[in-house]
Every structure is written in C-alpha cells, then in structure tokens.
Design a protein around this ligand. Sequence first.
Ligand code: ADP
Ligand code: ARG
Length: 421
Amino acid sequence: MGGAVSVEEATAENREKLVGDLKGKATDILTRFPDNRCCKYLIPYLDSEEGKALSNEDLLTFYQCVRTGIDNEDSGLGCYAMTPDDYTKFGGFFNAVIRDYHGDATGTAKHETDWDASGVGEGGVLDVRKLGFDQELSMRVRVGRNLKAFNLPGKMDQAERIKFEQQMLGAFQALVDNPDYGGNIYSMTPNFGEGVENPNKISDEKYQELVDAHVLFKDMDADPFLKSAGISSDWPYGRGCWQSADGQCIIWFGEEDQLRIMCMKKGFLLNEVFDRLNTMLKTVESIEGIDFATSDDYGYVTSCPSNLGTGMRASVHVKIPNLTSDGTDAKAKEVCNPLGLSVRGTGGEHTPIGADGTVDISPRARLFIKEKDIIEKLYKGIELLMAQENKPAEAPPAEAPPAEVVATEEAPKEEAPPAAE
Ligand code: ADP
Ligand code: ARG
C-alpha cells in the first residue's frame, strides 16, 4: 500500500480507501508486531456489521482512536478513546482490545469499585518495615479521571483545553481554601487567549524543577504514542497541576487524562497514600462541576484502555542493585512480569532506571480489580521482589542437583499478566 493514511484523506469520498489502507497497514504491521492489539482487532472490526455501519464521521473518529497503533508499530494497545462514548460507539473494537489486554477470558466481567482497605494487611496497615526496609520509600498512588462534560484529551482543541483549565480553577481554589490542603496552582498555559493573561503561569525553570521533583509531568509532545493520538496537541496549553501546601496531594490537568489525581510521600506505610487519596477524591467529587465519566462495564473512563476501571497506579521506588547489576531493567522485568508488576524508570514511563539500581514498581492490573486489592498487591509484590533481590548468589551448578531444589528456584507465579504496560 502507499504512504501513511492521513486524516485529510479520510473524507466521505474516499472511505473505501481509508478502510483498505487501514486493513492493509494493520496486516503488514502484524507480521512484525503480532502483539499490536490495535492491528489485531481493527481488521475484523472494520469487516463486522458494526464497523461497516459506521457513518463517515464516526469512521474518522475511529481512525483518530487507532492512528497511534498504526504510527507506532510496537504499541501494545495502540488506541485511545477520544470521548467516553467511544467505548460504546466502537464497542466491537474496544471491547476486544480491553478484554484481551486485561485478561478477561469470560468476556462478561464488570468492573467494581471498592476503596475499603480496612481489611488488608494488619488492620488496614501495610508497613514495609515488616519487609525489612529501614529507610523510607517514595510511595505514590494516582488515579486517572475525566469529566463527562468535556472531550477526552485526544479530541480537545486549544480553546477546549483552556476552557477546561479555567473550569478546574474553581475546583483548585476550593482546595487551596480548604485548610486540609491549601497549596498552589502551577500552569504552563502561555495565555488564556489573545491578550488574556494566565495568572498561574510558571517559568521554564520552575517547570523543570517540578518535573525533577516528580510533581509535574514531562514534555508530552516528545511521546510518539500520545502525539499520534492528538493527546499532546496544543502543548503546553491547558497543562499544569495543583499541589497541596504539604506537597503530598497533586492534581495534574491536561496530561493523558484530563485529570490525574495523586498522593505521594516518603514513608513506610503504603496505606497512608492510599487512604489520603481516597479522602482527597471525596473532597474533589463534592466540588460543584466535578462529575467524572464512568462506564457500567469498565468503571472510570480513561483515554487509554489500559487505565480503565480504577485508573489507579500504585507505585514505590525501590533499590534493587542485584537485579539491575547489568545496568538494565531486563532481569527486574523478568522477575516482575510473572508477579503482575510493571517496572518503570525513576522518571516514570519510558525513562531509564536509576544509576543506583532504583526502579519504579507498580501492580499492572487496573480493571476488574478493586482499588483495595491494588494496594495489597503492591505490598505483596514488593515482598516477593525483594526475596528475589536478596536471594543468595547461586552456587555453581552441582553435577546432579536434587530435583526438589531445582523446583523451589522458581519465583512464585500469579495469574498470567497482560503482555503490555
Ligand atoms: P503515571 O504514574 O501517571 O502513569 P509516569 O509513570 O510517567 O506516570 O510517572 C509520572 C511521574 O511520577 C514521574 O516523575 C515519576 O517518576 C513519578 N513517580 C511515580 N511513582 C513514584 C514514586 N513512587 N515516587 C516518586 N515519584 C514517582
Ligand atoms: N499507547 C501505548 C501502547 O499502546 C502505551 C500504552 C500504555 N501506557 C500509557 N501511558 N497509557 O503501547
């Protein structure tokens, strides 16, 4: 087939060409990247009754949703929703991607939300000192959230991004005025329209300082997955965060989801960040104008199907010098994969591990799992990972090792995890 399909080409007149090009490209990509779910499910979808019945306008939106998976051949999911409705409008496609990625063999699981962690650990306490840590760990729990009243970030134009930021300013002010939070708003938006100043604008130096402190997100425009989906468009309009006075509560606006709401601190008790986030979310949801998009089947709606459900990523930074002694995360990933844990670098997704062997560990599951189970999974995952890290160096193989010793060498396995991040 010819060059890449462009949005400009996708008019009513050349619908056939767009469909043909998409199917051709997907078929070709699958020969090199068989795990690209966008390509795998796009072909049968476009041939299905639902796919064939899409209006030209909807077909264009569908193309926007899947373009990232065509442009980025190594995508694991390769798609983002442009509006919360896309998960139903293109249900035949998204449902297949979602149930495959999240490992729902029944095809009928429904997401349930449950933040009650009083029964996890010892009376709701998950103390990493019990796992042998004598230095505080950097702990963070975030959720992705989107407001019903706005398009998801891939479909927002500059004006909508500014409008969203301006609407959120009321909510942030309510938090600043609340003695439990206080804090500041940091915005990267150059202006609120021609000649309209942004009162919260920060300098480039301040932005970098906040990125280095893990408070603000890095340049989205440099992320090819987000760029193809339009999620990083109009950068840096409509981008920034609110941070509480004690620094621990943060709300990003304008990243991959309209909002990423998080708690982060150094400590020993994992439940502290989890419980505080739960409390903060209740405060945020009680603010007028905050109405999060949800789905009956998939819980909280997020741009990327990988984050649906809880939208939660609960992480710690841990030092594992033995498992990273070759300077890469390869061995750590090999150990973490069967434990259902993701390994990221110290600057987040797609960044390198720390020079001292520090990595970011988080349970991979987000959908069809309860919030309380994610935080418990993180605790148990750290325990199992550290057992591997601290395992005595293997003795040189004896001539004929006893069978039972070989059997116990294996890391305990959990359910098969999804293959992509
Ligand atoms: P997300 O967690 O929202 O999917 P990233 O993985 O890109 O996004 O991480 C965003 C930022 O949060 C990065 O600066 C990353 O280092 C920081 N971060 C994540 N987990 C922790 C943690 N446990 N402690 C400190 N910083 C963290
Ligand atoms: N779109 C990329 C892919 O499909 C990343 C997906 C997971 N990460 C994310 N930030 N949503 O491989």
